[in-house]
Write a protein that binds this ligand. Structure first.
Ligand code: HEC
Length: 158
């Protein structure tokens, strides 16, 4: 049997469940939270905070495009499994910090520092119980790391 992707999908589902799944919208204080579908596998459109992020291209660092931000949003809520800890929309939760505000724990918030953090992970979190693995433990390409970092960069400035 081929189990290559099955393992990753299964573990993503487990982590998702452990984070409380669809309940985090209530903690995030989002007023419009239509009943999401936490019982199903991650879908980029389910839940709050996943409407395409509106970005002013003028705030983006050199070499970063709005298209990269959109692609990074998909990585964040899909292949990168970032939302399992940082929650859908990046508002944070018990397992990982808010990425939408201007407060940073481990980085200075500049694009390069975000890329570096995603590549190295956080072996010793400052305020959270468990480590973040390099690239969240997922087989992300350099392009996916660049785009998900562009999304995080834009999140904190939108
Ligand atoms: C297993 C849970 C988990 C996953 C999955 C995860 N992170 Fe994290 N992340 C953390 C923790 C824990 C920290 C460090 C928090 C601390 O120091 O208290 C962190 C920190 C960060 C930071 C720095 C925030 C700061 O204020 O210093 C960024 C940026 C970040 N993560 C992005 C991502 C991205 C992008 C992904 C997906 C590729 C991702 N994370 C996946 C748990 C996770």
């Amino acid at each position: 049997m081929m189990r290559l992707n099955g393992v990753a999908v299964l573990s993503a589902t487990l982590v998702f469940g452990a984070c409380g799944g669809g309940d985090d919208a209530s903690q995030a204080g989002t007023p419009e939270t239509p009943a999401s579908t936490p019982a199903t596998a991650p879908t980029p459109t389910a839940g709050s905070g996943q409407e395409p992020l509106q970005v002013d291209p003028a705030i983006l660092p050199e070499g970063v495009t709005a298209a990269m931000v959109q692609e990074g949003q998909q990585v964040f809520h899909g292949a990168g499994i970032c939302y399992t800890c940082h929650t859908a929309g990046g508002g944070g939760g018990p397992l990982a910090p808010d990425l939408t505000d201007e407060t940073w724990l481990n980085v200075d918030g500049e694009y390069a520092s975000i890329i570096e953090l995603v590549n190295t992970g956080v072996p010793q979190p400052l305020e959270h119980p468990g480590a973040m693995l390099p690239r969240a433990g997922m087989p992300l390409t350099d392009a996916q790391v660049a785009s998900v970092s562009a999304y995080v960069f834009a999140l904190s400035r939108s």
